[in-house]
Write a protein that binds this ligand. Structure first.
Ligand SMILES: O=C(O)CCC(=O)C(=O)O
Ligand SMILES: [Fe+2]
Length: 213
């Protein structure tokens, strides 16, 4: 695949407005306006300014490349052997993160022990097609995803049939619950967009299972 084609592939094939008809409700649950406008504006600013963002190196085929976004990782330090998981230890919870965790847990129906923050600085930042690791979280894990800032399209496609695909626009202050077969049978991504858009911060609350316990 040529370079131009790779860029094309990354651009979302979905219209900028709305949700796909027939979005599978058994794997995605969308709550618009979960956090009100003022609070969302404040949290966006706080996270952008106060997070020690890192741009990580990941292995892509035989090369190491920088992820096209910034990340930070927080969670419980006790009771989890991060070395066994091949992960670095997370940073300690901050007050706004603990507050958000407390708000999303009753809706998700589980207690989370970690959160991954992604910072998409503009439309050129993205996350490629993936599913989140079952070995670390169990196969039918619930993930609570909170979004602030620019609206981006969250695309999903079936692993066994890439033509079966849907999209949800993740709005400022929204909550998306990923559940059921989503990680086992689907992949998801945030594609690049050619539109001139501002920054976005996404938080995915997760429950890490410790294999050594
Ligand atoms: O930014 C998003 O909405 C999704 C992020 C994601 O899929 C991940 O961090 O695993
Ligand atoms: Fe993900």
């Amino acid at each position: 695949m040529g370079r131009g084609e790779q860029v094309m592939e990354q651009l979302s094939f979905f219209a900028p407005g709305g949700q796909s008809a027939g979005l599978p409700r058994d794997v995605l649950e969308y709550h618009a306006g979960f956090i009100d406008q003022d609070q969302s504006d404040l949290l966006l600013k706080t996270f952008i300014q106060n997070t020690p963002w890192q741009q990580r190196l990941v292995k892509m085929y035989d090369r190491e490349v920088l992820t096209p976004r910034l990340t930070a990782w927080y969670g419980d330090i006790e009771d989890i052997d991060y070395g066994v998981l091949g992960k670095s230890a997370p940073m300690e919870w901050t007050t706004p993160l603990l507050e958000l965790k407390r708000w999303v847990e009753p809706i998700a129906g589980i207690n989370f022990n970690s959160v991954l923050l992604n910072y998409y600085r503009n439309g050129n930042d993205s996350v490629a097609w993936h599913s989140d690791k079952e070995t670390v979280m169990g196969s039918h894990q619930v993930i609570a995803s909170v979004s602030f800032g620019a609206v981006r399209s969250f695309d999903i496609r079936k692993k066994e049939n890439h033509r079966e695909k849907y999209a949800v626009r993740l709005e400022h202050g929204s909550l998306l619950i990923m559940k059921g077969d989503l990680q086992a049978r689907w992949e998801h991504r945030i594609a690049k967009t050619a539109q001139p858009i501002g920054p976005r911060v996404n938080l995915t609350f997760r429950r890490i299972i410790n294999p050594s316990v």
